[in-house]
Design a protein around this ligand. Structure first.
Ligand code: CP
Ligand code: NVA
Length: 306
């Protein structure tokens, strides 16, 4: 099975073997970028944003340039998608000129509409449900740090969101044990728990979902994300009390024996993580940010190069 010409709207659009191949390719691209300088020569990729971005925008743009291709940045200033014209027409028109569409959207449904209207592959660069490019970069980071991801234990602590879902689905496929700790009422999607658990069973790893911070045993790394995702309507004042026990502190890192701290960023010091952890030697957030580019380049290479 190959990813050539395929869309990636969620983590399960990539098979376990393809995931492993992408991680190895990403590591090779990082080590020897000169080998891939012409890989996307003559290809243009639309990168479309309904939400703000720093890492995704720059890593796709610079990454596509490193592969010899051309990125076309589209924000919402020239007419919000679906308002000036239908999402489907947007996708169909982009396919007239571009070889792929990378899209960051409010709702997953927008991606499925784009995919059905477009004649070129569509890649999800964050939606309400998933952030597959982030998970690729995160597991690449763990692979670099530990040599292998299978058998590692990763704890995600905080709000159950798009990043959590992708870490669970990709992690279970790679044989990573996942511990997901969220406050009550802010948990992950039940259907995704079921999917990840089924995949984990097949891969001899586990998915543990709990509200109990004291249930955290020894882990290899602890991962946090913002307590308020883009598009969430909760206010910080409203949730501070509820989320405080889930803040990543030095004490929590020590009690879980965690070697590394991870965060997709943007990060908020002394909200989801204390400044002394975020800015410590254990924090690998900039390595994750850098790896966004290599992991995405490996994904684009798999999709666009025969
Ligand atoms: N982690 C991530 O996707 O960052 P941006 O929102 O800045 O793209
Ligand atoms: N969960 C966050 C991730 C940002 C990269 C959000 O959706 O805003």
């Amino acid at each position: 099975m190959t990813l050539y010409n395929q869309s990636v709207l969620g983590d399960l659009d990539i098979s376990p073997q393809q995931l492993k191949d992408i991680l190895l390719l990403a590591i090779d691209m990082k080590a020897t970028p000169e080998k891939y300088g012409d890989a996307l020569k003559g290809k243009s990729i639309a990168t479309l944003y309904e939400k703000p971005s720093l890492r995704t925008r720059v890593s796709f743009d610079v990454g596509i340039n490193k592969l010899g291709g051309h990125a076309v940045y589209l924000d919402q200033q020239n007419g919000a998608m679906g308002k000036r014209e239908d999402v489907a027409d947007f996708g169909a028109n982009l396919s007239c000129w571009c070889d792929a569409i990378v899209a960051r959207v409010m709702s997953h449904a927008t991606l499925t509409t784009l995919k059905s209207a477009a004649s070129v592959p569509v890649v999800n660069s964050l939606c309400d449900l998933y952030h597959p490019c982030q998970a690729l970069a995160d597991y690449m980071t763990l692979q670099e740090l530990f040599g292998e991801v299978k058998g590692l234990t990763l704890a995600y602590i905080g709000d159950g969101n798009n990043v959590t879902h992708s870490l669970m689905l990709a992690g279970a496929q790679l044989g990573v044990n996942l511990v997901v700790l969220t406050p009550e009422g802010y948990g992950v999607d039940e259907q995704i728990v079921q999917q990840a658990t089924k995949i984990a069973d097949e891969n001899q790893c586990t998915v543990t979902v709990t509200n109990d911070v004291n249930a955290l045993g020894n882990v290899d790394a602890i991962y946090a994300d913002t307590w308020i995702s883009m598009g969430d309507d909760k206010s910080l004042e409203q949730i501070l009390g509820t989320f405080k026990p889930y803040q990543i502190t030095k004490e929590l890192m020590q009690s879980a024996n965690a070697k590394y701290f991870m965060h997709c960023q943007p990060a908020h010091r002394d909200e989801e993580v204390t400044a002394d952890v975020l800015d410590s030697e254990q924090s690998v957030i900039l390595r994750q940010a850098e790896n966004r580019m290599w992991a995405q380049n490996a994904l684009l290479h798999s999709i666009l190069v025969k």
